[in-house]
Ligand binder design. Sequence first.
Ligand SMILES: O=P(O)(O)O[C@H]1O[C@H](CO)[C@@H](O)[C@H]1O
Ligand SMILES: O=c1cc[nH]c(=O)[nH]1
Length: 244
Amino acid sequence: MSELLPILRVNPADMPETAIVVGDPFRAEAISHKLANAKELAHAREYRTFVGEYESVRLAVVSHGVGSPGAAVCFEELAKAGVKTVIRVGTAGSLSGDYKAGSLIVSTAAAREEGLTRQLVPDGYPAVADGAVAAALYEAALEAGAPGLVGKGITVTVDAFFSGVVELPHEAYRKAGAVAVEMEIAALYVIASLRGMRAGAIVALDGDSTAVDEGYDPHRNVVAEAVEAEINAALKAVVKLARP
Ligand SMILES: O=P(O)(O)O[C@H]1O[C@H](CO)[C@@H](O)[C@H]1O
Ligand SMILES: O=c1cc[nH]c(=O)[nH]1
């Protein structure tokens, strides 16, 4: 039987205990360029796996694609490989007038407005960040700075990016004080809780969440600068967590 993880196509023995996960395979590659001794272990489907060192801490950088079901496959296989700490570095839409494009948000918990986790745990089960990971990310983000503000709060994980004829739940969550909406954090937090990993997430805001249906443009400089800032913050957080 193959030693490789069936979907990531990586040998578990090659995986460090810490992983940064991102939706975009090109973002994974960009992060790998910041690592010493970086090496790509595999590129299977949307999953690219790099390993390397940052300030002498070994870590993996893995892309999980768009949406919770595909991302869950990645998170489950990371757990099977013995990964203990997972940090998602993503993009999200803003639900708050206070946080514009270019701001960074550390997700303290995620509303489970997707379908994947309903097939894993009961409806009342929470999707929460690990406290130490969230604290390290927030501290590192304040130090890294961003073109916008740095904040923390509840994020919302949905399945539908563009809306159909049914109203998405964004407005109710906006009124309830959630700050951002994206597509994978709830899956990460639930799977991490089930599989004994600690997890956290930071997102760069690419515009108001309602903008996705009216000329979504995640390629502006302000977004690229915020993504660069959150990558640097996540790498610093990895070091803070490895050497508290
Ligand atoms: O930028 P990433 O990490 O992919 O995150 C966000 O961007 C994608 C949608 O464009 C979804 O995956 C969403 O969660
Ligand atoms: O899921 C996402 C990601 C980025 N921006 C959004 O509005 N939604």
